[in-house]
Ligand binder design. Sequence first.
Ligand SMILES: Cc1cc2nc3c(=O)[nH]c(=O)nc-3n(C[C@H](O)[C@H](O)[C@H](O)COP(=O)(O)OP(=O)(O)OC[C@H]3O[C@@H](n4cnc5c(N)ncnc54)[C@H](O)[C@@H]3O)c2cc1C
Length: 477
Amino acid sequence: MSINTPDVIVIGGGTGGYSTALRAASLGLDVVLVERDKVGGTCLHRGCIPSKAMLHAAELVDGIAEARERWGVKATLDSVDWPALVATRDDIVARNHQGVEAHLAHAGVRVVRGSARLTGPRAVRVEDVHNEPALGVRDFIAHRGIVLATGSRPRMLPGLSPDGRRVVTSDDALFAPGLPASVLVLGGGAIGVEYASFHRSMGAQVTLVEAADRIVPLEDAEVSRHLTRGLKKRGIDVQAGARLLDAEVLEDGIRARVRTARGETRVVEAERLLVAVGRAPVTEGLDLAAAGLTTDERGFVAPADWSRLETAVPGMHVVGDLLPPPSLGLAHASFAEGLLVAETLAGMSSPAVEYAAVPRVTYSSPQTASVGLGEAEARARGHEVEVNTMPLTAVAKGMVHGQGGMVKVVAEAGGGQVLGVHLVGPHVSEMIAESQLIVGWDAQPSDVARHVHAHPTLSEAVGEVFLTLAGRGLHQQ
Ligand SMILES: Cc1cc2nc3c(=O)[nH]c(=O)nc-3n(C[C@H](O)[C@H](O)[C@H](O)COP(=O)(O)OP(=O)(O)OC[C@H]3O[C@@H](n4cnc5c(N)ncnc54)[C@H](O)[C@@H]3O)c2cc1C
């Protein structure tokens, strides 16, 4: 087999692309993975991992205040050494990066450094090759298929241009020279909320502006309510149903005018405007037309067959952030998509990704974690539902944490299938795993109620909610 005629060519080495490549290689396929920057992509270098490392540091800072205010621990925060924080964060990223490179090498995936462009339905040209010694332009033909995994980048609003200093994206925020004393965060989705939460923990004055009538608008309304309450309690000025009218860049910050939900115009001055209004798919320079492909009106590449993530051009597959909804723009969804596409290309029959059972997490303080349908969405889809909600403080461990939060379960009325589980509170990102199995396995409350939860834990609250739905309520009558 020659490197120029592999079985599979994967374009993009983010979580979607590298997972496809790893699985395909483990199934014995000859795989070329083309990456123009660093394998690991957005998630590893600019997304999930650095942001969660920073949010861990934020949790430590919050812990000092809690220790002092609730537990009589005479601790004070001296200061946050941003370069030291960045060094630890970047070390975690670097070690993960080495790990991904090592996995790919071990699996026998040939990583080609450069920009890929389609030259036909099975053909790819790689330019700007960074390999040493420089290999120049190279052409590849795939025997079995091509996988598009070129991911996404921050979306911008018309009239706003990021300058990396005052008007920044989530990418720029990572590489800023220091921590701002005040931030206006535009966008109340997961990324905006996480950055708002981080900066507040680091002592900044934070205003969070979301155009929809609630933050995390894709989640159950009760999740938005509890999250809003939690963020406001921490001193974040949450403005939902609000719009940025304009923003002026000053020498030492920005001055923005915001139309609030009440129709008032407020002037917000901050050191930084962080724009987190969503992500846009990346297809520039790919020349989709050369392979007979087009994007949809929002720039995504839609599969013709979602069960194989295959486009209308046979052998051309798509994974990750390049996919439109119902894919979720989440790294773990892209891992599942990578597995599916690799197995499909290897001739195996692989289960389609069940997007409804993929968990969604916001790693702010408080956190949110959900899987399945929200109450309103379930009703809109014609389900007759039964709902049970319990505050986390109703269990002892919830009181220990003292951060509020809740568990909400949406199920078919009459003891039927569990349709959705929604959590807000501390550590709920680690608690959602059982609920994804409950929803994914079409369980009913009585199936869950048979299983005993450890005491005292936060997840006891999940157990209690299911006990009650199964007619066996213990503490919740
Ligand atoms: C701040 C932030 C926080 C996030 N947190 C989470 C989280 O906690 N959990 C979660 O699940 N998701 C999170 N995400 C989302 C997650 O990062 C993405 O869903 C994921 O990275 C998508 O992977 P991908 O492989 O589709 O694309 P990407 O990771 O964007 O990778 C695409 C790759 O393709 C390369 N490429 C593009 N075009 C070409 C070309 N023509 N030739 C060669 N290479 C090319 C790029 O260099 C890039 O490396 C976060 C995102 C951000 C921005």
